[in-house]
Structure formats: structure tokens, C-alpha cells
Design a protein around this ligand. Sequence first.
Ligand code: NAP
Length: 288
Amino acid sequence: MELLKGKPVADKINEKTAAITEELLSKDIVPTLAILRVGSDPSDIAYEESAVKKAKSLGVHVEKYIMDAKSDESDVLDVLKVINDDENIHGILMFRPLPAGMDEEKVRNHLAAAKDVDGITDAALGGIFTGNVSGFPPCTAEAAMTILKYYGIELSGKKAVVIGRSLVVGKPVAMMLMAEHATVTICHSRTPEEDLKAACLDADIIICAAGRRSTLTEDCVNGKQVVIDVGINFDEEGKMCGDADFEAVKDKVKAITPVPGGVGGVTTALLMHHTAAAAAAYAAMHKA
Ligand code: NAP
């Protein structure tokens, strides 16, 4: 089994980001990411802390906009307007899901297209589906694809199974795999367990993005699969784990990403790279 570590992939992206930020800083442009968090979900806070640390090491400035979970939707839209209008902010990371009662589709579509560095607006997602990509792709889906590419995993003509159909990971990664000429099957919570197993056993590549421990079990693999485990879950002892039963499947797959140490770091690296690229696009437009 080959362990597909995220670190070398992230390091390569971070190198490129650092070069862009260095150039921008020499022109007095500080690439800046706004983080908008409504509420205090512990996993959002954990991701926010690691993003802030990574940003600092790459010369990306972060401005946090933290709002109470009981805020009105109109207050969130007002804050988004402030962020959209601020010329010193180049990218926006908005945590989702938003608190119950908010119209998430409406709110996410208020992000300025040029600042949508996590590809959450319909315009960015539409580009993934039509093939006319103009904005930034969703970072997590792109991270899965970047890992496959880095490790030289052949996709053309291969059978890929995506477990999960969210707009954050499942749907965009399925489209990205198809764009690389893979034959894609998407499984979700209504897929009968035996169908999911059969699809996985027949697959060359499996992307796990269900957010549920033990979705990929030992009897779903037979030695030929490359597994990208996007899931972030916690076991009874509070230890982070993915969607795959790592210990049980690791010797029955061709390759697998670890959790932690796989997709997560690459996702953050891409978020920073998109922010730096958005700042560079701003600089080019304003001839800085
Ligand atoms: P989500 O919105 O909750 O979507 C989960 C998807 O999985 C849904 O489509 C759901 O089906 C499907 N699903 C749930 N249980 C299933 C089962 N037993 N069998 C098959 N499919 C099942 O989650 P998400 O935002 O896509 O995130 C997925 C996972 O990735 C989470 O663990 C999240 O924490 C993680 N994540 C990781 C990163 C990273 O950088 N590593 C970034 C973002 C997210 P239905 O549509 O039928 O409900």
C-alpha cells in the first residue's frame, strides 16, 4: 500500500503561494483573507485556527468577522457587503452550514465573484459543471484532485466512485473526475449498502466524502483501489479519523490518504493559494 501523504503536495502549493505573496508585498499589496464565522462550532474554530497559522507563515493576512449564531440573516448580508466593498480584502472564507433559519443559498450567492476563493457561489460551481471555469474551484474538491495528480494516478478510462453528493465536495469532485475522463458513480445516503460495496469493489478510485466513520469498510476493497479520504470524524477517544476504516483497509488498497495528514493540509494550502491569486488578479487590474 502506498500512503498518499498530503504534506509534499501542500508544500509544493505553499511554495508557489509564498512566491506570489512576496511579489505582492514588494508592491505594498497584502493578500488578505476574510473569515466569516456565524456561531462557534468547534470544528469551524479548529479549522479557522489552523488557517490563520498557515496564512501567517505564507504572508497572507487574515481578518476575522465573527458573528453570534443568533444574528439575523440581514446582519450577515450587511457584513458580507462590508467585506465585498473593502478593496483590501481579496478572498472570503465563509463557514457553512449557517445557523438554522438562514437561507444559505441566498447568503452564499452574495459573495463577490472575484473574492469567492472557496468556490461556493453558483457562478463558481456552474463553471465546474459546464467546463467554463472562470472563478476558483471549491478547495476540498480541488485538493482531492491535486493529490491524485501529484501522485500520478491515472484517471482517464478508470472507474471512480464518489461517496457523498454535497456541493462542498461530492458533486464538484465527481464533475472534476469526469472532466479527466473517469467513469464516475456517485453514492449517497440513500444508496443501498450492498450497491455502495459493489460499486467500490469494482472501482479503481474511491473518494470518501460522507462525513461518517466506517463508511468504507474492509469488504468494500480488493487490492486495486486508490482511496482519497476527505472525511473528518472523531472516534470515541476524540481522535480524528476519516470515513475509511484505515487500519482494516490499508493493506487491502493500492494507495490511501491518511487522516489526519492527507486532504486537510492540501485544502488549506489551496485556500491560501487562491487568496494570493485573487490578490494578484486585483493588482493586475489596478496596475499595481
Ligand atoms: P455533508 O454536506 O454532510 O455531505 C455528506 C454527503 O455524504 C451527503 O451527500 C450524504 O448523502 C452522504 N452520506 C452520508 N452518509 C452516507 C452513507 N452512509 N453512505 C453514503 N453516503 C452518505 O458533508 P460535506 O461538507 O460534503 O463533507 C464531507 C466530509 O468531508 C465531512 O466529514 C467533512 O468534515 C469533510 N471535509 C473535509 C475537508 C478537508 O479539508 N479535509 C473539507 C471539507 C469537508 P445525502 O446527500 O443523501 O444526505
